[in-house]
Ligand binder design. Structure first.
Ligand code: JD8
Length: 247
C-alpha cells in the first residue's frame, strides 16, 4: 500500500512511524509512506500557505492552491487509477473513524491523507478535492496530523503480512464487535493476585469459553451499545438480553 500524507509538519510523523511493526512493514515493502510538506507546493516568495477568513473571524485558513497542486502532482504519476484515488481530509466534521472503516481503507492500494492546521482548510478542498472526510473523535485537536497517524496505524496493521504470526488482527477488540477479554502473563501470583485457574488449566475449550464470556461481560458493563451489533450466537444473545433486563 502507498500512503501520501500532506502536512505542514512532516517531522511530526518521524517517531511514530519509526516504531517496530510499522518500520518492519516499510522495510518489507508492505507499505510506502510519502510525506509532502504543503509549503513545498507554494510559488510565492514567503511560501504562504494560509490567509484570513473571508467574512472575518479569528484564525487563519489553509489556502486551496498548494493543497490542490500537491494532490495533482501525486495523481500525475498515476494512470487511470487516479480517478478513484481516495483523498481523505482529516477534519472534526468527518465520519467517525472505526475498525470497520480501517478494514475498508485497508483494501485500497493507495491513500492520500490531507492534514489541515489553523482554523482548517478552504471549503473548496472539501468540495472539489477530498473524496472522504474522517474524524477520529468528538474532541478538538490542533490539526489533522495525529488523526492521520491513528488512521495509518489502524490501517497498516490490517495489511497482509504486517502482523507476523505473533498476532492476528482478527482477534482484536471491535473486530468481533466485543471488547477484549482480560489478559494475563507470568507470574501466576503477583502480590497475592492470582491468574484465573482456567487459564492455567491447558483446557483450550474451557479457556476459549471463559474468554468469550469475559469479553461479553466486559462489553456489557463498559460498552453495552456495542452488543447491539456484535455477532453473538442465539444462546449468548439470550444471556445478554437476560443480563440487560436484570440491570
Ligand atoms: C483537522 C485544523 C484545528 C479545528 C479550530 C482548532 C480530526 N477528531 C479531530 N479533532 N480535531 C481534528 C482536526 C482539527 C483540525 C484540523 C482535524 C485542521 N484543526 C481546528 C476546528 C476548530 N481548530 C480531528 N480528524
Amino acid at each position: 500500500m502507498r500512503i501520501d500524507i500532506l502536512t505542514l509538519f512532516p517531522q511530526m510523523f518521524q517517531s511514530p512511524f519509526s516504531a517496530s511493526i510499522f518500520q518492519r512493514a516499510v522495510d518489507q515493502k508492505l507499505v510506502e509512506v510519502n510525506l509532502h510538506n504543503i509549503r513545498d507546493y507554494t510559488h510565492n516568495k514567503h511560501h504562504v500557505v494560509d490567509d484570513y477568513a473571508y467574512g472575518g473571524g479569528a484564525g487563519m485558513i489553509l489556502k486551496p492552491e498548494p493543497i490542490f497542486e500537491a494532490v495533482e502532482s501525486i495523481k500525475s504519476e498515476m494512470k487511470e487509477e487516479a480517478a478513484v484515488l481516495p483523498v481523505i481530509l482529516l477534519t472534526p466534521q468527518g465520519r467517525l473513524f472505526s475498525q470497520s472503516i480501517a478494514q475498508e481503507l485497508s483494501r485500497n492500494k493507495h491513500l492520500v491523507l490531507i492534514c489541515g492546521r489553523y482554523e482548517g482548510v478552504d471549503e473548496r478542498v472539501r468540495e472539489h478535492l477530498a473524496t472522504d472526510e474522517i474524524s477520529i473523535g468528538d474532541y478538538v485537536l490542533g490539526g489533522g496530523e495525529l488523526a492521520a497517524m491513528v488512521v495509518v496505524d489502524a490501517v497498516v496493521r490490517l495489511l497482509p503480512g504486517v502482523l507476523g504470526s505473533e498476532a492476528s488482527p482478527l482477534d482484536d477488540s471491535h473486530v468481533s464487535g466485543l471488547l477484549e477479554y482480560p489478559q494475563y502473563t507470568r507470574p501466576p501470583v503477583f502480590r497475592g493476585w492470582s491468574v484465573p485457574e482456567v487459564l492455567l488449566s491447558g483446557n483450550h475449550a474451557q479457556i476459549a469459553k471463559w474468554r468469550r464470556e469475559q469479553a461479553i461481560l466486559r462489553t456489557l458493563k463498559r460498552r453495552p451499545e456495542l452488543l447491539d451489533r456484535a455477532d453473538l450466537c442465539v444462546e449468548e444473545r439470550q444471556v445478554v438480553d437476560g443480563l440487560k433486563a436484570s440491570l
